[in-house]
Design a protein around this ligand. Sequence first.
Ligand code: AMP
Length: 435
Amino acid sequence: MKKTAHTNKNKMTDIASPKGMRDLMSEDYYGFQGFFEKAQEVAVYYGFKPIDTPILEHEEIFTSSIGEGTDIVDKEMYAFKTKGGDHLALRPEHTAPLMRAYIEHGMQTMPQPVMFYQYGPVFRHDKPQRGRYRQFWQFDLDCLGNEKSIMDALVIKAGMSILEEAGAENLTIDINSIGDKECRNTYLRELTNYYKKNISSLPSVDRERLKTNPLRILDSKEEKTKIINENAPDSVSSLCVSCKKHFKEVLEYLEEMGIAYNINKNLVRGLSYYTRTVFEIIEQNGGEDGTPLALGGGGRYDYLARQIGNKRDVPAVGISIGVDRIIASTWYKKLSPRIMKKPKIYFIQLGSEAKLKSLNVIEILRKAHIPIAQSLSKDSLGSQLAIAEKLSIPYAIIFGVKEALDDSVIVRDMSNRSQDTVKLSKLLEYLKELK
Ligand code: AMP
């Protein structure tokens, strides 16, 4: 590698994946695969069904729902015009595409709620840093078509269970309610007035947000704004009677399940489709220097359907779990995917007659679901046995010229080096007797 780089340095540096995007392989790949298997298993127990929407959507699906004044729409979306003139975008999240699918397939006519899980890569042109990528993976759970508070509790609980099954501990919920159409407008007026009074101390980026999306100022990263936010009015105090009741019920469900929560008045989650409940699952001390880290987040999005063009509202709630942060964490259990099988047998072949037939012997084992390892490219007995020993595989099958001629193999017990010659027709029977 080094040598080639030296002779053709520029060319080598060009061969790289795009910034913030990476190849998943080896342990990492299995880590992701194992997580997705476990997450699906948990989701199915709670009654969620699978769906897989396209990676590309009409750009409008995102701009109309996530809204202007959000980082995703303003800065982070990979949007482009196709050769046919369509304006498409790589999905920056799964929620709006899911609602699009719900409407497109007339799922309003099915028994409600319709519950889905969905996972896959999402794309945001974010600044790459530790645990932050431009292509990253999310696992989502959503309940569409019902406004009851128990749905909010259900997605929170199912999300927590997935994280705990993956090994997470010390999880808490940061939660807030930003109200519905009515009370949110009252609150927005109050909030806007508050910021207008403090406009001289607001940094320029937040002054801009005051025009486009004042709620976003509440989760601003600007130090000056953080100070102003300490005395900002909170949304919970402005909730109307029905939103207050809804929020109280969600909290009661969390209490009943023993889930620790913290009402975070600055939690708004930016995206303009949220209504009522917004929440994040926080790993205490999960971030750099022991700061809290958000492993997932979500909320209610009762108006999203109308925002993307449906004639009626579809009450819904969901959660997105960030998978990359889980796989990178020290507590991750390294869930092993089901297809990963520990080899029971090491297959050794010797001589060209044996090599010629070796794939037929391997096929007998594969069809019987007996996991094996092999190094078909090697020729000597010594080197193949050495690998079998190194991998601590309990048995070896030795297939030499003699065995190839009379349709048999030698089965060797690697622990005591005892060997038996077994006819191929009796091999599976023989292997069944081994422990
Ligand atoms: P969001 O859709 O922004 O609420 O994100 C939901 C979860 O996805 C977060 O809690 C993170 O765990 C994860 N996440 C968000 N952005 C990124 C990113 N750029 N890279 C990796 N994970 C991310």
